[in-house]
Ligand binder design. Sequence first.
Ligand SMILES: [Fe+2]
Ligand SMILES: [Fe+2]
Length: 300
Amino acid sequence: MSAREQEFVEYVQSGGQVEATDWMPDDYRRLLIKFIEMHGNSELMGVLPEREWILRAPTLQRKLALTAKVQDEAGHSQLIYRVVEDLGKPREECLEDLISGKSKFHNVFHYPTFTWGDVGVIAWLVDAAAIISQKALLKCSYAPYARIMKKICWEESFHILHGRDVVLTMMLGTDEQRELVQEALNRWWGPLMQFHGNPIPSGDDPMFHWRIKSQGNDEARQQFLDGYVPQIWELGLTVPDPELRKDEETGRWHFSEPDWAELKHVVTGHGPKTQERLELRRISREETEWVRKIVLAKAA
Ligand SMILES: [Fe+2]
Ligand SMILES: [Fe+2]
């Protein structure tokens, strides 16, 4: 490592923040692009499972809230791809790599949605898991990313309220509605427990070295369990893990080991809905090609 790089590491590790125009080591830039691009991809792909339910929303209010959420998520991907663009990777290239399967997106967006129960569980618990990581990124060493996280977190907290309200309404409804939510929770629990990734000792994680991340995967999962398991129980739902319990002495949650093989399989493009959703992106990109051509021709 050169003296300049060493100085940079010391600077970020002591809490210093980096702007887009500042000098930065190539490794730092590469890792930032990869990480932030995957975040942008996830926001973009995350709208697809919910989008399917806009036309089937049970009331006008639910339709409005769901449409607003989907618009927010598409907006998050726009903001995030701009950050990647400033780091040197154009948005067009990000979209190409997403569609071709070269880059990845979060595990939870590779699964199907079967009922309105899924809509509630996704907005409440998937967004809750996401906001835990995103709140930790408010302290990211790369300042432009940390700054946009403020707006994103504010909107995510609205999504969580919307999701909780969908779930609460169904839990106060009929037995059939309650069963729908429980069935959705049963299917989502595994992917939710995989969401924050397998525990990596912070000493081995280059994301910590550059202070891109300052929260461990396991720490994020514990925070998720701490914040949401009591709420899940309060609503009368059962968490489908017989091992789940909180150790009152240490304050830590015990749970069945998440299925890491499934996580790897899914995020490498083999989820139940991966190819269908990427195909949808491919088609919409083809169909909108003429718009890009006209807009870019006029700008030139
Ligand atoms: Fe989002
Ligand atoms: Fe969200």
